[in-house]
Design a protein around this ligand. Structure first.
Ligand code: ADE
Length: 390
């Protein structure tokens, strides 16, 4: 990969040859070229900026030096050179992310254009787009004095992803942002330091438990620090409280119901399933004829179940869990709750599921239910019952 830098402060980019990119140069993975933009300014003062058209504070970088610099640098590799991507570092660019680092790591040539002052004349960018791919990239929602620090940061994020750069490729996979989550906390020896102990799970050799703990910590951290990456509801587990549903829950119940039963419809090849046919009025009306319970997490409705008496049988239905929160015991918790709140006269529980819903059937059997019969419909359904004990 060839990396070029256009800047009015070439010395600012000295760390490139010291640190990580320096190592990549030594390994022959990259080639670095830092250029002083002022060498393309031809007046006595080598001026690179001027006052903005339309007025306003600050100075704008003039188009001429940039135009000549880009023409020369982009043409530097001769006619057979690899296509380049020009990265303009600017607070008004797209945010720098791990995904963008991965994308840029796939390019053969990157040219960093480091702006200063109030920015670069827009025509420079328009011209650059006629010559190469252009990306305007921001380090974050704050303003630096110039784009050099951003160019250094982007370079470091990109270069460490180049094949052959990192000794241990697995460490790339496990780090923050690679799976959309922040990294879990890490510890090393000693096991106890100044009264702070390493979490006991990390001291045992149970790799499954360690992986589960790390994932849970990563989820909690991400939900807490970066709600833009993960809704806070994802961080809660095992602390579910089912409460009676109210009318105001109806719209969210309908949304969750539709989300849950599309999957059922696909598995069973049946789009006529009642939960998919209902509208808001039906769900609202059902709140009067069923005892419905909901679980909220961080304000979001993430699960629900309902029950009602039919003769001496407590019928349980609409057991649903938000798709992203499955596998954490919420479904089991809701089922147990629905059994616990059954009317005193109930002697058995009954529920229905699609005859082809093997995962549901497995779950219900594990909870003590047996299939009584399979009704005659497009998707069964299977009728399962369980005697009430105690
Ligand atoms: N130049 C000034 N501020 C910047 C930022 N936040 N990101 C990239 N380049 C910049």
């Amino acid at each position: 990969m060839r990396l070029d830098y256009l800047t009015i402060f070439p010395d600012y980019l000295a760390p490139l040859s010291l640190s990580l990119p320096g190592k990549a140069v030594a390994k022959g993975l990259i080639e670095l070229h830092v250029h002083d933009l002022r060498s393309w300014a031809h007046d006595r003062h080598r001026t690179v900026d001027d006052t903005p058209y339309g007025g306003g504070a600050g100075m704008v970088m003039k188009p001429e030096p940039w135009g000549e610099a880009l023409d020369e640098v982009l043409g530097a590799g001769g006619p057979d050179q690899a296509p380049a991507t020009v990265v303009f570092t600017t607070p008004s660019g797209e945010p720098m992310t791990q995904a963008l680092a991965r994308e840029l790591a796939g390019r053969e040539r990157l040219v960093f254009a480091c702006g200063r002052y109030e920015g670069i004349d827009q025509r420079v960018l328009d011209h650059a787009r006629t010559l190469a791919e252009v990306r305007e990239v921001s380090l974050g929602d704050y303003v630096l004095n110039g784009g050099e620090v951003a160019a250094l940061a982007i370079t470091e994020a990109v270069v460490r992803l180049l094949p052959g750069f990192m000794g241990n490729a697995a460490s790339l996979v496990e780090e923050s942002h690679e799976d959309g989550l922040l990294e879990y906390p890490v510890y090393t020896k000693p096991a106890s330091w100044r009264g702070h102990d390493v979490p006991p799970v990390l001291l045992g050799g149970n790799h499954g438990a360690i992986a589960a703990w790390r994932h849970d910590q990563a989820v909690r951290r991400t939900a807490e620090r970066r709600p833009d990456l993960l809704h806070a509801s994802a961080a809660v587990s095992g602390e579910w409280a089912a409460v009676p549903a109210v009318r105001g829950d109806a719209a969210e119940l309908l949304t969750l119901q539709l989300a849950c039963w599309v999957g059922e419809a696909l598995v069973n090849g049946d789009l006529t399933l009642p939960p998919l046919q209902e509208g808001l009025d039906d769900v609202t009306a059902s709140l009067s004829s069923w005892d419905t319970y909901v679980v909220r997490s961080a304000g979001r409705l993430v699960g629900s179940v309902r029950g009602r008496l039919d003769g001496r049988t407590w019928e349980i239905g609409r057991l649903m869990v938000a798709p992203d929160l499955r596998g954490r015991g919420l479904g089991r918790h809701l089922l147990e709750h629905a059994e616990r709140v059954a009317a005193p006269e109930a002697t058995a529980y009954r529920l229905f599921t699609g005859a082809a819903s093997t995962a549901n059937l497995r779950r219900y059997k594990r909870a003590g239910y047996s299939v009584r019969e399979v009704l005659d419909g497009p998707s069964g359904p299977a009728v399962l019952t369980k005697p009430r004990r105690g």
